[in-house]
Design a protein around this ligand. Structure first.
Ligand code: GAL
Length: 970
């Protein structure tokens, strides 16, 4: 348990709550219960945090400055400016170290600026009609002098979409995909102590890699990493357990080290393996010699005779701890969660985990959630996965690109298998590097069972397409030979030239009518549905209305290429050779608003809506996928005023043997359960209570009911948890609904609601309506969102420290709802301190020496790059043989505040007697020759401002601008 978990556990026990577990997720969803909120009841349990795995990294997520829109640098005005503009460290415009970002917005990461955009009809439909555009981020950063000599990196887990990253005025990295993370080596650029480092990032979110909402900006976690000079690389541990022929296990470990040391060094790499109870079960160590600026691999093997196996129902995880010892001192440590399991795809029988058959009951996921866009906080991501687990889902396809690393960490801990997918179908070096990055990052995860090299590529049945897949598959196998490679094909299964011939498992996107033919023709090829269904449902709506862009939730509407939820699973379930399926999609997502367009801005495909509220499809999949508990549900709700006597179709889904329906106590008949297609009745509507019971062996094993409710009289707020961690990060969705006089959920309420929150921040609002244009973001303490078919969601993020969160919801004519949540004292994850930006005069032109005092007007001619030296502030001019007088010239555009109100120009140390001139005016003198500061006021004025220092050196002493020069507002 690390410090954070310890604190969490003790805070939890102090508050009398149980500390959370990952695997146990309640199956009890009250979706079908009369009058209940269709969400789980709140728990008083804090979820387990993901353990810190790398003590050398801390979050760099506060104190970023953000500017929406591009910042175009003025072109250089003369030869000298041109000459300088292309030199290292001298990036121009918003990438320049000295750029004034004081009026940019201060933001924290993860940050998706597109989520705050309005919906605009002319913006791209696939991206959800939200303008994305270009944005800039800047962050000032101080490094401790004690970090000198270390390897220093920045790591961004995801930037949407293309980005250029400058460090201290030099381009340090380009990021060409919104799904791959990027590690930036800061080491050669780093400045220590008082000298700030400036990170500037231009993000081009006009670039698209998908036909869905991709967000914009630094939308995943960001880290500062400071490692010992000889340490394991950031993605440098490869540990993927293998079972030997005799049944025992081995963990081959490769630890890849690097060195920024100046000499060849020997270090000891030690690995220990801890079982799920944290007991050490295996140990190994080796010595590695590593040359300066080189990599070296330490290869070790850990033997484990009979480990506890990782599985979906019991995801037992071991922890591999790797340390590096130099001269007996531990200088680096890394922790990696690993799991012991075998996987196998059988052409006739499907998927086997630990030699036991498992049908893949999967969903495809995009990344966004209501309100927050793609910047999904870890706690919300976990909550989303809990919803899937509660449905009996056991598999996730990361469509169509690398997921956030936390998704895989959670999948390992919660028990999901994962089809991990590459984004760009291209074997050219830049793109192959993205695929290799994905494999290297994700190959230790027991949850990952398949690598997918592409999704639906028009070249999939071409010679070139085959050659591309061959190369990509080869690159994957070099990095991981244990997992099969797949590709998600939409057709081309039978062509003579097709990538289906070169992958290990053929992925079928749709084409469900070809499953049998494929198996008959290629009985030795393993296959799975990689994507299916594409059915449409609007949550809570039971009559499709194309004019209003509403889809029925009876599971009767689907894309022509897909099928209903029920028919699709029937097809898959009845075929052993189909390993399983991945429903398109688990949750609705912004963008791709099929089958409608504007004003619809989100998809209808989800089993759950944009907020994670279940649709009828959720109950359908519970009946299909849950085997170990009886399940029954009925749809629709039972509040249809004005439809008395009219026939209403009632759809019952169950996994029992028999279901029997009753209306107001009157039996409407029993039916043998059709588990795949469900059972239905046509019932003349009468207000009251409709109830279904599910039976096994003649015994009632489950029941569900709906009641006709009265008018909405009050609002209700239901959190997922009645406690939150006071770590400034914990986030949860709060369900808002309206209730009648008897406290029952009113499924037809569509009311405007206003929220006020204290002690926490509102970070997103939603209601699951794909046609709503209400803003999804608001001020932190107040927001508004309408109920849609009875529900809305407000997403709150806890503040730091022990406290109480108070939320109030109001709607006209209804009693308001109040909710309080206890915020427990939990240590926030360490963050890099926010450093105020400081303007500096950094660069000077220094004249040749003169015997007599030169004119302060003296300047190099434009084009003369040589007779006047380029010197940085802090560079002492050594005593020389020539004259003692020199001119130092610089030019600066003061930041806004100084430009407007004047400022203070401070030289920390000037050597020699000196005169300071600003814009031709003598503003200060220094009479003594010994190094000492000069302080001067400068008048308001936008600039550029001419700064000239005339220095008369002592014959035997160093002189000049010997320390930093700063310009501050008065
Ligand atoms: C598939 C595609 C998905 C999504 C889906 C909608 O062809 O792979 O990304 O577009 O169709 O039905």
């Amino acid at each position: 348990m690390n410090r954070r978990q310890l604190l969490l556990a003790s805070a939890a026990s102090a508050a009398g709550v149980a500390s959370g577990s990952f695997a146990r997720v309640p199956r009890q969803i009250a979706a079908g219960d009369a009058g209940a909120v269709p969400m789980p009841q709140p728990t008083r349990t804090l979820p387990s945090m993901l353990p810190e795995t790398d003590p050398a990294r801390i979050r760099l997520e506060r104190g970023w400055r953000f500017q929406e829109g591009d910042v175009v640098a003025a072109p250089p005005a003369n030869h000298e400016q041109t000459y300088l503009s292309v030199k290292a460290g001298n990036a121009q415009g918003a990438a320049a170290m000295a750029f004034d970002d004081s009026d940019w917005l201060e933001v924290r990461l993860p940050h998706d600026w597109a989520a705050a955009q309005p919906f605009v009809e002319t913006a791209n439909i696939s991206q959800g009609y939200r303008p994305r555009g270009i944005g800039w981020y800047r962050r000032t950063l101080r490094l401790d002098p004690a970090d000198r000599g270390k390897r220093i990196e920045l790591q961004f887990d995801g930037i949407a979409t293309n980005a250029t990253i400058w460090v201290n005025g030099s381009v340090a990295a380009h990021s060409w995909s919104g799904y791959t993370g990027i590690t930036v080596d800061l080491t050669p650029f780093a400045r220590f102590g008082d000298a700030e480092n400036v990170v500037a990032i231009r993000v081009d979110a006009q670039a698209m890699e998908g036909w869905w909402y991709e967000g914009a900006g630094l939308y995943r976690h960001a880290w500062l990493i400071r490692r010992a000079p000889v340490a394991i690389k950031s993605d440098g541990i490869y540990a993927d357990p293998r079972q030997k022929d005799d049944g025992s296990w081995q963990v081959p470990v490769v630890a890849t080290l690097f060195s920024v040391d100046r000499t060849t060094v020997s270090v000891v790499v030690e690995t220990t393996l801890r079982n799920p109870d944290q007991k050490i079960v295996s140990h190994s160590e080796t010595t590695v010699k590593i040359a300066p600026l080189e990599d070296a691999d330490a290869t070790l093997t850990l033997d484990v005779a009979a480990p506890e196996l990782w599985s979906i129902d019991d995801p037992r995880l071991y922890t591999l701890v790797a340390t590096v010892r130099r001269d007996g001192v531990v200088v680096d440590e890394r922790r990696v969660a690993i799991g012991f399991r075998t996987i196998r795809f059988d052409p006739a029988q499907g998927f086997f985990l630990n030699d036991r058959h498992v049908k893949i009951k999967g969903v495809c996921l995009h990344q966004d959630h209501a309100g927050v866009g793609v910047a999904v906080p870890d706690a919300l991501l976990r909550w989303r996965l809990e919803r899937l687990k509660a449905m009996g889902c056991n598999a996730i396809r990361c469509s169509h690109g690398a997921p956030a690393p936390e998704l895989l960490d959670l999948a390992d801990r919660m028990g999901f298998v994962v089809m991990d997918e590459n984004r760009q179908f291209n074997p050219a070096p830049d793109y192959l590097a993205q695929l290799e990055w994905l494999i290297r990052r994700d190959r230790n995860h027991p949850s990952v069972i398949l690598w997918s090299v592409f999704n639906e590529e028009p070249m999939q049945a071409s010679e070139a397409g085959v050659e591309m897949v061959r190369r990509m598959a080869h690159a994957v196998r070099k990095l991981d030979d244990s997992r099969p490679i797949t590709a998600a094909l939409n057709g081309s299964f039978f062509d003579p030239v097709t990538v289906a011939n070169v992958v290990d498992v053929t992925g079928f996107n749709y084409y469900q009518n070809d499953y049998d033919r494929f198996h008959a023709q290629f009985p030795n090829r393993a296959m799975t549905s990689s994507e299916d269904t594409s059915a449409y449902e609007t949550r809570g709506a039971f009559a499709g209305d194309p004019a209003k862009h509403i889809a029925s939730s009876y599971d009767v509407e689907n894309a022509s290429w897909g099928d209903t939820h029920r028919a699709t699973w029937k097809t898959i379930a009845e075929r052993a050779f189909v390993a399983g399926g991945f429903v398109w999609t688990g949750f609705d997502y912004h963008g791709e608003p099929t089958p409608y367009a504007w004003p619809t801005i989100a998809s209808f495909f989800g089993i759950l809506d944009l907020c994670g509220f279940p649709k009828t499809a959720f109950d359908i999949h519970r009946a299909h996928w849950i085997d170990d508990a009886p399940v029954v549900s009925l749809a629709p709700h039972w509040s249809w005023p004005g439809r008395e006597g009219q026939p209403i179709t009632v759809l019952v889904m169950s996994n029992a043997e028999q279901v029997a329906l009753r209306l107001n106590g009157r039996a409407l008949g029993a039916q043998a359960v059709d588990r795949w297609m469900g059972n239905s009745w046509t019932v003349p509507y009468a207000p009251g209570r409709i109830e279904v019971v599910a039976l096994r062996g003649g015994r009632i094993v489950a029941r569900a009911a709906h009641e006709t409710v009265g008018a909405a009289v009050a609002l209700r707020l239901t959190p997922a948890r009645s406690v939150m961690a006071g770590d400034g990060e914990d986030t949860q969705p709060i369900t808002v609904d309206a209730i009648d006089a008897r406290g029952r959920h009113v499924p037809t309420a569509n009311l405007p609601v206003r929220f006020a929150v204290t002690g926490a921040a509102i970070i997103g609002l939603g209601n699951g309506d794909p046609n709503s244009h209400e803003p999804e973001q608001s001020a932190p303490g107040a927001g508004a969102r309408s109920l849609f078919n009875g529900l809305a969601q407000v997403i709150v993020r806890a503040s730091a420290g022990r406290g109480r969160i108070a939320i109030e919801a109001r709607a006209p004519g209804l009693a308001p709802a109040q909710l309080t949540i206890d915020q427990l004292a939990v240590a926030p994850p360490p963050q890099v301190a926010v450093t105020p930006a400081q303007q500096r005069v950094a660069q000077w032109r220094r004249s040749m020496p003169f015997d007599a005092r030169p004119s302060p007007e003296l300047a190099p001619s434009d084009g003369d790059n040589n007779s006047w030296a380029f010197v940085a502030s802090g560079t002492a001019t050594p005593p020389g043989s020539g004259g003692r007088w020199r001119v130092y010239r610089s030019s600066i555009v003061p930041w806004r505040a100084v430009g407007a109100g004047g400022g203070r120009l401070r030289f920390a140390a000037v050597g020699g007697r000196a005169e300071l001139w600003v814009d031709g005016v003598r503003v200060a003198d220094k009479a003594s020759a010994a190094p000492a500061p000069i302080d001067a006021r400068i008048a308001p004025g936008a600039g550029p401002r001419r700064i000239v220092l005339l220095v008369e050196a002592e014959a035997a002493s160093a002189s000049g601008v010997m320390g930093p020069v700063t310009l501050s507002a008065l």
